[in-house]
Design a protein. Structure first.
Length: 136
């Protein structure tokens, strides 16, 4: 996998004077069936989340409120992106190390995942991940 495979997904935005509405449909707007949804909130100033990669799981991250940065790393290259729109998500395929930081006050990071939680799917040690990512 490559950080180049991480990509933006734009979701429908219905604008109205009463407020905007965005919806997301699995396998239409999201490139996989959604098996799990979770969200990060009340992240203290200066705190970071993530710090892992997944062996098989794919994810889409959305800044449902506020903003935060995501650092993406494939074992060779890395890039940092800012999520700050509720109508846009970031697709992160398997075997990409991710770290989330620079959370704004009252931000909410919504995550949709392709699989149920299983600890066996995680790389929590960067060197172990990088060794696997760099193996042909």
């Amino acid at each position: 996998m490559s950080v180049e495979q991480c990509r933006w997904l734009d979701f429908p935005r219905i604008e109205d004077q009463r407020g905007n509405l965005t919806f997301v449909e699995a396998e239409r707007h999201i490139p996989f069936a959604i098996r799990r949804v979770y969200y990060l909130y009340d992240v203290p100033p200066g705190a970071a989340r993530g710090g892992h990669a997944h062996k098989q799981l794919e994810q889409v991250l959305i800044a449902a409120s506020g903003s935060f940065d995501v650092m993406l790393d494939d074992g060779y290259a890395n890039r940092r992106v800012t999520l700050d729109r509720a109508d846009r998500g970031l697709y992160v395929p398997r075997m990409i190390w991710r770290e989330l930081d620079r959370f704004s006050a009252n931000s909410i990071c919504l995550v949709m995942a392709s699989a149920y939680y299983t600890e066996d799917d995680y790389f929590r040690d960067y060197e172990e991940f990088a060794g696997q990512a760099r193996t042909p």
